[in-house]
Ligand binder design. Sequence first.
Ligand code: SAH
Length: 234
Amino acid sequence: MTHPISFVSLGPGEPELITVKGLKQLQQADIIYCPATRNKQGTSLSRAADIVRALEIDETAIHCFMLPMSKDRTEAWKVYDTLYYEAADRYRNGQRIVIVAEGDAGFYSSIQYIYDKFTKAGIAVQRTAGIPAFIAAGALAGLHIVKQEEEIVVIPGTPSADELSEKINAGYVIVIMKLSQCVEAVYECIRRHPQAQFHYFENVGTDKEYYTSDKQIITQKSFPYFSLMIIQAV
Ligand code: SAH
């Protein structure tokens, strides 16, 4: 008997923010694949595995795979392909396989690449939804993220200052993911739009969690990978 390969969304970082359904999947798993990265000192870090461990899941089920962080994704696709073949073998042997992702596994989540590959190969998959980081960020700051007739746009850290300005002028609520990639554009827009509110978040749901809407502090900060921004063009 085979079991669908289960993609479980872990939520933003705080272990309790996983869903009950996701937790059950972890508890029943024979193997849980967690993405990890290496820091400059060569130490392996896995925020995903930390969340799983905090949920008191059997340590022997946890299996980290190393994702290169470079912008060129070629190496990452190779890692995903290796994971795909290994998981497909285990699937055929009847194991219960879970692959985890932080936040929601279908929201700026490259792991969906393997999900699509399983689907194409006729391997059964399922995905459990999770709380994306920007929703957890809104709760942390007590924001009414969008209200009444407002519209929201979620963008990766790709805009120039002009492109971001245009969206602020259009009155959108803007969520910027991967904020570390557009530091200068954000600084410039803070200067150009004194009426707008800029909510800055980093490491939401972890013990390094940080929030400020103080423009002066924001423009003196460097933005780490796990940071995002919500802009409200009041
Ligand atoms: N699947 C995730 C998004 C992954 S893309 C989700 O649903 O939220 C990676 C980006 O998400 C990071 O660059 C950062 O902008 C944001 N992010 C993820 N976790 C975060 C956290 N705990 N705190 C702040 N930003 C976070």
